[in-house]
Write a protein that binds this ligand. Sequence first.
Ligand code: 13P
Ligand code: SF4
Length: 308
Amino acid sequence: MLNLVEEIRQLKKQTNATILAHYYQDGEIQELADFTGDSLKLARAATQVKTETIVFCGVHFMAETAKMLNPEKRVLLPDLKAGCSLAESCPAPKLHRYQEMLRENGRQFQTVTYINSTAAVKALSDWVVTSGNAEEIIRRVPAGQEILFVPDRHLGQYLEEVTGRKMILWDGACMVHEIFSVGDLLALKKKLPTSITIAHPECPANIREHSDFVGGTEAMLKFVGNYAEPKDFLVATEANMLWQLQSKFPRHRYHPVPGITCACNKCPHMALNTLEKLRDCLIHGTPEIAWQPEFARAREVLQRSLLN
Ligand code: 13P
Ligand code: SF4
């Protein structure tokens, strides 16, 4: 009998599928993927896929983004329930009511939305950003307009700090990045005094202020790669990122910053995608992301924001 990994490799060939995997997937899934990346890199990679089928190993909003950018392709997600606490924190009807209230109060604003959001929310937005291009897009918003930034308040605060632009912030957060323990981080720094701390901008200010580098997932890789000599890195982001760091730059040592309630820091949504579900999805051609009416408007915003 074939082992699971070999079975997936063969099915991938037989079904002519391309596997895209986010850096927050288990290492064994990343190893099987044709492309790995952060949200921005994967959204862009999805537009370059030649095969008719894309299997997106990530969470729902990422697979939805791939579908919006490739309406003619079949986009599969191993587990349709793989959601995101940030996307859940901003329901489209609530955002719509809030925007209406701001307009009724005469506020002139543009809505800048983190890609971790539903298609319906993207359709209500002027721009969609990822951790990789947010700064650049914020600088494109005309100075005369206010910015409503949704849904991540920590990323929003960080962007306020680096761009100097005050924004109206939605009250959402990532359940993984929000719970790093500052006490444990300080203890680790004491134990490893020459270590370098890197943090994702979805982390709250109390973690960011103790970090040597704050940047999106791809920027973190680049930062670490610039160190030629072996170093100790304290990593404040989803734990599977350590697999990607380790495989790209094995000369360094990586230490996860523990969370307050659990030391693993794994995203439970990403973890819903397993090798078994990946195999089953290649066999059955489901679950598939179905085209929704709001995708058309969201697609325009995505193309303007990510591909230009
Ligand atoms: P990036 O991949 O854009 O860094 O986002 C991190 C994240 O939390 C994805 O869900
Ligand atoms: Fe959402 Fe956070 Fe999981 Fe990313 S890590 S999918 S932002 S809950």
